[in-house]
Design a protein around this ligand. Structure first.
Ligand SMILES: CC(C)(COP(=O)(O)OP(=O)(O)OC[C@H]1O[C@@H](n2cnc3c(N)ncnc32)[C@H](O)[C@@H]1OP(=O)(O)O)[C@@H](O)C(=O)NCCC(=O)NCCS
Length: 163
């Protein structure tokens, strides 16, 4: 497979990202514990193949940490997800930020495996957070991977990426 280039999100990518998120997540908004985020307005990185978006990571910068809001790979198990995570780690270092946080849902065993094998540790569980978000975004499915009912958000973080 061709080595795909990762580039920083530019203004010209924003419409593409909006459509991409809508296709992947049922709307251009993502909701965590009732709070709405618009990934097409965030910072992040894209991976393109023949002008098509095949990978995307978006994040929000807080005072002491970066929060990864979305990560998606359309060509799975080829290293795109790992490269996106590593690129955000590098970005955090450049910004002098030690901590990266993210959340996933209780059904997403693939993401839980993926994050933990890349250094993230589970720090919090927000019980019922998805049930709450579903009131704002009714398109959030009731049942997810492996037919697991989706209810909760699981927060993971890397505490010291300088180590
Ligand atoms: C989670 C996600 C981003 C991972 O992306 P990905 O591109 O598949 O990630 P990678 O290819 O880097 O790694 C995935 C697995 O493939 C393996 N892999 C990578 N390159 C490989 C290759 N050439 N041959 C075989 N296996 C390979 C990796 O080792 C990894 O397995 P591991 O976690 O057991 O170590 C992707 O599955 C996804 O988009 N999921 C849906 C969206 C989602 O759930 N996002 C998170 C919401 S919180």
């Amino acid at each position: 497979m061709v080595k795909l280039k990762i580039t920083k999100i530019e203004r010209k990518d924003r419409n593409l990202i909006k459509k991409f998120i809508k296709n992947r997540w049922g709307s251009d908004e993502v909701v965590y514990n009732g709070k709405i985020f618009l990934p097409h307005k965030l910072s992040g990185f894209v991976v393109k193949y023949n002008q098509k978006l095949v990978g995307l990571i978006t994040y929000k910068k807080y005072k002491n940490y970066l929060w990864i809001v979305t990560i998606d790979s359309l060509i799975e198990k080829k290293g795109i997800g790992t490269r996106l995570i590593n690129t955000v780690k590098k970005e955090a270092k450049n910004l002098g930020i030690k901590k990266i946080k993210l959340r996933t849902t209780n059904d997403n065993l693939n993401a839980l495996r993926f994050y933990q094998k890349r250094g993230f540790r589970i720090t919090k569980i927000y019980k019922g957070a998805v049930d709450y978000s579903r009131k704002i975004k009714p398109t959030i499915p009731l049942v997810g991977e492996n037919r697991i009912p989706i209810h909760d958000e699981i927060e993971l973080e890397i505490n010291d990426i300088f180590k």
